[in-house]
Write a protein that binds this ligand. Structure first.
Ligand code: GTP
Ligand code: MG
Length: 171
């Protein structure tokens, strides 16, 4: 058959937001890990859906590694930005990282879709995706296609909807 089109996605967001857990859910069964630990630096993960073969750069969100993110901006076709929707205190930090990303040379003036996951929707003090998008200032993003989905990386809820949106933007 036809070889699927390949897409590079950069997966960013603060530490503990659930990036690795989300990718682990999306990966094929035989590639899943059973215990997920905080990412050191970054790792490269592969997953696919019916139309695209994704190579995901799973970046560490820890402060000391966030300077690595920008090195992958240029080669990515889409961005997944994961927010812990139960961590209102650090949402200002997440917003600050997003603002830096959006103003970067290799991102601004480029047509690059950004998918947000308002992750950990299962936790009691999580905010809705609408509230999350207002706390993150997403309505102010005018020059990029973006979309936000509430998600639970433990059960997979919301993940496919998000990936389908991203696929439609890239394919
Ligand atoms: P770094 O690699 O340090 O940047 O973190 P990360 O964003 O990759 O987070 P990771 O996937 O390691 O998840 C952090 C913790 O959150 C783990 O204990 C996960 O089990 C938990 N977690 C991830 N997603 C969810 C979710 O949707 N709901 C709940 N309740 N816990 C989650
Ligand atoms: Mg990780």
């Amino acid at each position: 058959g036809m070889k699927k089109k390949e897409a590079n996605v950069l997966v960013v967001g603060l530490d503990n937001s659930g990036k690795t857990t989300i990718l682990n859910y999306l990966k094929p069964e035989e590639c899943k890990s059973h215990d997920i630990v905080p990412t050191v630096g970054f790792s490269v993960e592969k997953f696919a859906n019916s139309s695209l073969q994704f190579t995901a750069f799973d970046m560490s969100g820890q402060g000391r590694y966030r300077n690595l993110w920008e090195h992958y901006y240029r080669e990515c076709h889409g961005i997944i930005f994961v927010v812990d929707s139960s961590d209102k205190l650090r949402m200002v930090v997440a917003k600050d990282e997003l603002d830096q990303l959006l103003s970067h040379q290799d991102i601004k003036n480029r047509r690059i879709p950004i998918l947000f996951f308002a992750n950990k929707m299962d936790l009691r003090d999580s905010v809705s995706s609408v509230k999350c998008s207002s706390l993150m200032g997403l309505e102010l993003i005018r020059d990029k296609a973006w979309h936000i989905c509430a998600s639970n990386a433990m059960t997979g809820e919301g993940l496919h909807e998000g990936v389908e949106w991203l696929t439609d933007q890239i394919k």
